[in-house]
Write a protein that binds this ligand. Sequence first.
Ligand SMILES: [Ca+2]
Ligand SMILES: [Ca+2]
Length: 166
Amino acid sequence: MRKIRLTAVVVGLALAAIPMSAPSSTAGTAMESHCLTMKNRWFPDGNFTAYADTFCYNPIGWGPGDDPNWSDNSGDFRTTDGSSAMSVLNTGWGAEADVVAVYDYANYDFAGGYRCLGTGDWESDLSNFRFVDPNGNPKGPMARAISSHQWVYSSGCAAASWIGLP
Ligand SMILES: [Ca+2]
Ligand SMILES: [Ca+2]
């Protein structure tokens, strides 16, 4: 009996050592899954959440409504929230307009480009994307740039405008 328990301890140590010797991509996968963890925690609560850091860490604001200006003093996104988001998560509940459109400019102004995020989807690193105009042409980078958002129908989103993972 004693010998069996010792063997189990040795096996346990060997298993515990595996993550430490694994490629660094394992850490990236673990961070990536944090957005999925947040989705599983909150979906479908009807909210849209933006985070100051990549991989859905450090939420800066969340809520079920639209916000035409992330830098003003009203709504779910205020003052320093403007131009600070690095990742986003849509845990909308499948209402008629359950897609979130985010914009570089305030007041849902297409002039600076936009992007669409479907319900249940997230984008863990906005530095990988640029906004696009309604024709799909690239605009400015998305990292720390979102200034307004609203809930829209998927029909309002051009094919090239979609971001996010399910
Ligand atoms: Ca606001
Ligand atoms: Ca902006």
